[in-house]
Each structure stands twice: as C-alpha cells, then as structure tokens.
Ligand binder design. Sequence first.
Ligand code: MRU
Length: 341
Amino acid sequence: MQTLQTTSLRVRDNQLFILDQQALPQQARWLEANSVASLVEHILTLRVRGAPLIGLSASLLLGLLAERGLDRAALREALETLRASRPTAVNLMNNLERMKQALAQENYVAALVAEAERLVAEDRLLCERIAAAGSALVAPGSRLLTHCNTGGLATAGVGTALGVINLAHRQGKVANVWVDETRPLLQGGRLTAWELRELGVPYQLITDSMAASLMAQGQVDAVWVGADRIAASGDVANKIGTYSLAVLAKFHNIPFYVAAPQTTLDPDCPNGAAIPIEQRAPAEVTGAAGSFGSVQWAPADARVYNPAFDVTPAELISGWVLDCGLVTPAQARDGFFAARR
Ligand code: MRU
C-alpha cells in the first residue's frame, strides 16, 4: 500500500499507525494498529474516532491484512469484526460494504488495497466540497458554535463542520467560535480546541450548559455540527448534546446546520428512531480519565445513563451541507435522502 499521511492516520512500510486521540492535546502519540484486535480496541476507546475516520481506518487495515497474505475467509471475518466495533456511525458500514465488494473480486488483494486508498482520497475530496458549500452560508463577522470534533482528526481531510468553519475563517468571515466542551468525553475541549488553535482560528471554550445563555444574549449567529448517520427522513444522529443545541437554536431563531459527506447517509434507515445508539460505560460519567490523569466524583456505584449519541429531528435542521451542496428542509421533506438508495 502506498505511504499515506492524514492528521490522524499514517501508513508507512505497510504498517498502520493512528494518532492517539485520547492522549491529545497533552501528547501527540502515534500507536500501531496492525491487527483487528488492536484497531477494535483503539476504536472502542476512542483513540480512533469520528464517523469518517473509523470507516477509513478499518478499510486501510483490511487492505494491509490482504497484502500480508490473509485469505479470503479470514479477511471476511476481520471485516465483520471491524463492522461490529461501533454501531452508530454508518460510515463504517458504508465503507466496509465497498471493501466487501472488493473482497469478492478475483484479484481481491489488489482490489482491497485500491479500494482503501480510494476511500481515503475520496474522503479528502468530499471534505473540500463540504467546506466550499458550507462556507458560502457563513456571513461576515459570524460567531459560530460547534459541538464535538469534526475536523482533520475525524476525517482524512479538512473535516466536515470544522472544515466549513476553517475555510470561512480563511475567507475572513469568522469573528469567534464557541467550542462546546462536549461531555462526557470532551472531544470539544480536548480536540476541537487543539485543532482550532493549530489552525489559528479564534475560539472560546464553553461547557455544554453555557450555550443557552450565549444564545439568549445574541452571541451565536449559527450552529455547525457533524453527523454520524443521516436517515431517509433527514433525522441526524450525532454526538450526545447535539439535539439540545438544535432545540435551543430553534427557540432563539438561530440557523442550525449539519455538515456531512455522502458516506454518512443511510437511506435504508427510515428515521431517527431506527438509528442504533451506542451506550457506553458508566465510568465516563462518574468521572473523567485521559492523559491528564483520572478522577472520579460520583459514588462508585452510581447508576448511570450514558448514550454516546442523540437524534436531532429533521424539523429542527436549517440545512444539511453535503459534498453535493446544500440540502434544504423542503428538499429533505420531498425525499432527497430517501432517494439516495
Ligand atoms: O464518539 P465520537 O467522538 O466518534 O463522535 C463523533 C461525532 O459525533 C462527530 O460529530 C461525527 O462523527 C462527525 S465527525 C466528522
């Protein structure tokens, strides 16, 4: 496989490495991800995370395993194990569906390698197109609010919502970015803050509960988020806390945009109620752990509810910015997403 480098994935000498997103921003630590077990472990612990990146890392590993001589049956088993690693982001399933077709070809080794490389190249292009389409919607002087992390760390390219924000900044249109810290795993506080700092985009970090009062004060001009799955109805699953932002934005008459590549579409899923939502460990809510150390504040036996994602109904979304451009609420109601089957 060719040498490859993105913000958080690296292929060198036929080895796959991932930038440990749990160690950021304190450490930039690259880890090997050369077996199914190690990559699944990295995905489960969110060292590799973000809807597009999960699918790309799984596809690259399959290509590398094919080159190392795994036979078709072993590759099929590896593919199914990777597919089951996280349930909500459909990019993983969509990417692996394409890898499955490559696996069915006669010369499956070359086909798997080529398909994995193509998926990475395509993701870069899709991110560029989303940024171009989305930045056109950003008015000069905008104060934007974003949630979770949707940047170069989460994709092979410039990111989705964060790619829009970065390009709009380079066009001189961004006055400030409000970054939700994104409890419980702090993707905003750890990762988006780090990326915006690297990019030189002005930002201020807030706790998730501060968004409402900022909106009430007229300090937010638009909300931009990513997506883990977009159903046929236009309902969107994204990081827990996205739905509350959409409700708040509606109440305060603030545009709420979702930016995502075509690999995030699931036209076979009728609506948000049918999207599987990952439930995660209580320890993520009873305390926090990372390269900054660990702390527990709740009673050890506290009962916890910890869904990793929520669903934002289509009626709260002002526009879906895809690589093919803006999808309006009227287009969504007319079956734009359902027609993608
Ligand atoms: O649990 P995570 O960190 O993988 O969740 C990520 C998100 O919810 C992102 O907003 C989404 O994957 C879009 S990334 C371009």
